[in-house]
Design a binder for this molecule. Sequence first.
Ligand SMILES: Nc1nc2c([nH]c(=O)n2[C@@H]2O[C@H](COP(=O)(O)OP(=O)(O)OP(=O)(O)O)[C@@H](O)[C@H]2O)c(=O)[nH]1
Ligand SMILES: [Mg+2]
Length: 127
Amino acid sequence: MPQQTISIAIVQNEQQQLLISRRQKGQHLAGKWEFPGGKVEQGEALEVAMCRELKEEVGLTASEFTLFESLDFDYDDLSLTLHFFLVTGFTGEACELEGQEIKWIQPRELIDYDFPKANISVINKLL
Ligand SMILES: Nc1nc2c([nH]c(=O)n2[C@@H]2O[C@H](COP(=O)(O)OP(=O)(O)OP(=O)(O)O)[C@@H](O)[C@H]2O)c(=O)[nH]1
Ligand SMILES: [Mg+2]
């Protein structure tokens, strides 16, 4: 089974809102909501990958962050190691650089959005 390491940014703004985006047609788990992030490249540090994906996907530059949770999760077709960072400092304005839908929501609203199974423990920690 393919194995991937993923770095993810949970971005929190000054109103305590969190940034979520929607996975697009053709992507793994299309239609689900997620936090911006993606595959860590060969030899790339986890936080460097998180910052790169955040910039590429929504145009934000992370300046303050901590590792929030790391976990392994197996989907039927894919085995993942996911590293979630909580980003509390950033510059820029979030935009839909890849044509995906994005939203700022309150943590308690996370329960109203359909996230991948791998996100359940992280979402429970954020609620
Ligand atoms: N970005 C992100 N991916 C997640 C989350 N939860 C989760 O299970 N995943 C899974 O982790 C993998 C992330 O890879 P990705 O598709 O975002 O990777 P990427 O940005 O490098 O995509 P690309 O290869 O299309 O450029 C996917 O299989 C996705 O389904 C999440 O909250 N955010
Ligand atoms: Mg991605």
